[in-house]
Design a protein around this ligand. Structure first.
Ligand code: PEP
Ligand code: MG
Length: 587
C-alpha cells in the first residue's frame, strides 16, 4: 500500500494511465544563439499570444466542469504573462543573444527558485504556477502538443508527478475515477480542482510514477490518503462497498438541496455561500445557498488590469444581487494587503504586510478609491437586499469612519441626482483579536457580525497557516480560538444582531454543534460544502450542542478537543451525548 495526502474525498477503482511529462527537445546550451534578436523577440511574442488563447480556452472548459471560482486558478496564468516585469526580463535576455527558450528558462528558473524556498505556502504555490506557465510556453515555442486527456477511457486513474490546472481542464469527470500525484498538497491548485470535480485524489505519493505500472489495477482512497496497487479480490469488493456507501451518502445529501436549514429540534439557521467573482453567484444559489454571505470584492480588483470604475462596480454588484433574486447579499469592501496582491493599485511593499495596511485600514487611507466603491454599493443597493461588510476592523473608530464615508458617498450621489439606496446595513468582519475582544462594544454600532475564522485563528495563535513549522498551532479547536468564538457570538446575541461565520471552519463538522450552542445565526461556506453543512446542522439539537460545548470548553488542549469532537462527528456516543440520527428530513 502507498500512502499520501488525502485531498479529495471518495473511493476510485480503475486502471492506471501514466501522465508522461511532454518530451521537450530543448537544452539551453544547444539553442542559445547570438544573432537574429528582433526575429527571436517576435517569435516569443507570438508564442505568448498563442499561450493566452490556449489558456483562455482551457479556462472556459474549467468554468463548465469545475465552476467559476475554481477556474480562476488557471485564469491567473493569463495575468502572469501580462506582467510587464516578467516580459521585459525575458525580452532583455533575447536582446542579449539568448534564444526565446533559453531566455524563458533563465527567467522562470530564477522566480521558481526564489518562490519555492519560501516558508509561506501561498508563495510556494506561485512557484507551482510559474512552472506551469513555463512548461506550457515552452511547448508552444517548440511546437510540442501536450497530451490531451479528453480521450482517456472510462475507469481511468491518472498517475503523474504533478497535475497542472491546464491539464486538469481537459479531464472528463465521467471517465477519470481517481488521481494520484507525487507532489502537491491540500491547497495545491490541482487539489482544489480535483475537489471541485469530485474526483477521489491522493497527493504526495512518493515514487508513484515508478511503482505503478500503466494499465495495472489500483484503488484510490481519497478519505484516508491510501493507494492499493494490484489489490486482491476481497480488497476489491470491500472498496467497491466503501465507494457505494460514499456515493449513497452523497445522494442522501441531495434531499437537502431545496430545504431550509433546520437543526434536529427545528431551529432555523441561515446558510449562505461565499463567492469571489459575480459569475460565481448563480452557481451559489443553484447549489442551495440562501443568499451570498461573503462576496470578496478584492478579486474584482485583482483580476483587472485597471482599477474598476464606479460603473464597472455597479454592474458587478448588480449582477450578484440579480442572481440572488431578493435573497441577502453581503458584499465585503476591498480587503487588500496581506497576501492579496492587486497589481492595478500598485501597492507599496510592506515589511510585515499581515500586520500592515490591510482591509479597512487601507481604504480609510485611500478615500478616493473607497468612495467609488461605496457609491457603487449604494447604487447597486436598489437591486435587492445588499449589506456592506467592513474587513480587518480593530477599533470602533474604524467602524465609525467607514459609516461616515458611506454617508459622504450617499450625499455625493444625492447632489449628483443619481438614484441609489438611502442607506445600507453595515457589518463588521471579526477577524482580529482586537475586534473579538471588543465585540461587546462593536455590537452596539454594527448591524451584524461575520466571523472570519481564517484570519482570526492565525492572528489569535500568532501563526501563519502556510508555515509548516507552526501549522499544528493553526486550528479552530485551539482553546483560545474557541473562547473567542463563544465571546463574539454571545456579544452579538446579547445585542440581538445576526452573527454569521464565513471562514473555512464554517464547514468543519466538528465545530458545527458548538457554534449552534454558542448562538450562531448563520453559516457562509463554499458552494461545494453547502449541502454537507445543512446535513450536519440537521443532526444536532441545541441541548446536545450545549453538552458538547460544556465538555469541550473544560478541556485544556486542542488535541483533547479534536479527538472528542471527531468522535461526535463520526456519530459515536461520547459521555452519553450523540447526534440525533433522526433529522427532520430523514424518516
Ligand atoms: C477570513 O479571514 O476568515 C475570511 C473569510 O476572509 P479571507 O479568507 O478572505 O481573508
Ligand atoms: Mg480575512
Amino acid at each position: 500500500m502507498l500512502h499520501g495526502i488525502a485531498v479529495s474525498e471518495g473511493v476510485g477503482l480503475g486502471r492506471v494511465m501514466l501522465l508522461e511529462e511532454p518530451c521537450l527537445p530543448y537544452h539551453s546550451e544547444e539553442v542559445r544563439r547570438t544573432t537574429e534578436a528582433p526575429a527571436e523577440q517576435e517569435r516569443f511574442r507570438q508564442a505568448v499570444e498563442t499561450f493566452r488563447r490556449n489558456t483562455a480556452e482551457q479556462v472556459e472548459l474549467l468554468r463548465l466542469s469545475a465552476g467559476y471560482d475554481e477556474s480562476l486558478v488557471l485564469d491567473s496564468h493569463i495575468d502572469m504573462v501580462r506582467d510587464p516585469v516578467l516580459l521585459e526580463e525575458i525580452e532583455n535576455l533575447i536582446l542579449q543573444g539568448y534564444s526565446a527558450e533559453a531566455a524563458l528558462q533563465e527567467t522562470c528558473d530564477s522566480y521558481i527558485e526564489a518562490f519555492s524556498s519560501s516558508t509561506d505556502e501561498l508563495t510556494r504555490l506561485r512557484a507551482e504556477d510559474i512552472r506551469d506557465v513555463y512548461r506550457a510556453l515552452l511547448c508552444v515555442l517548440l511546437g510540442v502538443k501536450e497530451k490531451s486527456l479528453s480521450h482517456a477511457p472510462k475507469g481511468t486513474v491518472l498517475v503523474g508527478r504533478e497535475l497542472s490546472p491546464s491539464i486538469m481542464s481537459g479531464i472528463d469527470k465521467e471517465n477519470i475515477v481517481g488521481i494520484i500525484t507525487e507532489t502537491g498538497g491540500f491547497v495545491s491548485h490541482s487539489s482544489i480542482l480535483a475537489r471541485a470535480l469530485g474526483i477521489p485524489t491522493v497527493c504526495g505519493v512518493t515514487g508513484a510514477t515508478r511503482s505503478l505500472s500503466p494499465d495495472s489495477f489500483v484503488i484510490v482512497d481519497g478519505m484516508k490518503g491510501e493507494v492499493l496497487s494490484d489489490p486482491k479480490e476481497a480488497e476489491i469488493s470491500t472498496y467497491w462497498q466503501r465507494r457505494e456507501d460514499f456515493l449513497n451518502q452523497r445522494r442522501q445529501m441531495e434531499i437537502f438541496r431545496d430545504r431550509k436549514t433546520l437543526s434536529a429540534d427545528g431551529v432555523e439557521y441561515k446558510l449562505y455561500c461565499n463567492i469571489s467573482m459575480p459569475a460565481g453567484a448563480p452557481r451559489a444559489i443553484e447549489s442551495g445557498g440562501e443568499g451570498i454571505g461573503l462576496f470578496r470584492t478584492e478579486y474584482l480588483f485583482m483580476n483587472s488590469p485597471h482599477v474598476p470604475t464606479e460603473e464597472d462596480q455597479v454592474l458587478a454588484y448588480s449582477q450578484v444581487l440579480q442572481a440572488a433574486a431578493g435573497r441577502p447579499v453581503v458584499i465585503r469592501t476591498l480587503d487588500i494587503g496581506g497576501d492579496k496582491e492587486v497589481p492595478c493599485l500598485n501597492l507599496p511593499q510592506e515589511e510585515n504586510p499581515f500586520l500592515g495596511l490591510r482591509g479597512i485600514r487601507w481604504c480609510l487611507k485611500n478615500p478616493e478609491v473607497f468612495l467609488v466603491q461605496l457609491r457603487a454599493l449604494l447604487r447597486a443597493g436598489m437591486e435587492g437586499d445588499l449589506r456592506i461588510l467592513l474587513p480587518m476592523v480593530s477599533t470602533i473608530e474604524e467602524l465609525r469612519a467607514g459609516k461616515a464615508l458611506l454617508a459622504t458617498a450617499e450625499a455625493q450621489l444625492t447632489a449628483r441626482g443619481i438614484p441609489h439606496a438611502e442607506t445600507l446595513p453595515v457589518g463588521v468582519m471579526i477577524e482580529t483579536p482586537a475586534a473579538a475582544l471588543l465585540a461587546g462594544i462593536l455590537a452596539t454600532e454594527a448591524d451584524f457580525f461575520n466571523i472570519g475564522t481564517n484570519d482570526l485563528t492565525g492572528y489569535i495563535m500568532a501563526c501563519d497557516r502556510g508555515n509548516s513549522h507552526v501549522a499544528d498551532l493553526y486550528s479552530i479547536l485551539q482553546p483560545a480560538v474557541l473562547r473567542a468564538l463563544r465571546h463574539v457570538i454571545r456579544c452579538g446575541r446579547e445585542r440581538g444582531i445576526p452573527v454569521c461565520i464565513c471562514g473555512e471552519a464554517a464547514s468543519d463538522p466538528r465545530i458545527i454543534p458548538l457554534l449552534m450552542s454558542f448562538g450562531i445565526t448563520g453559516f457562509s461556506v463554499s458552494a461545494a460544502s453547502l449541502l454537507s453543512v445543512r446535513h450536519a446542522i440537521s443532526h444536532w439539537t441545541k441541548a446536545q450542542g450545549d453538552r458538547l460545548a460544556e465538555a469541550v470548553l473544560a478541556m485544556k488542549s486542542e488535541e483533547e478537543a479534536g479527538d472528542y469532537l471527531a468522535a461526535a462527528a463520526r456519530n459515536e456516543a461520547i459521555d452519553g451525548v450523540s447526534p440525533t440520527i433522526k433529522s427532520p428530513y430523514i424518516s
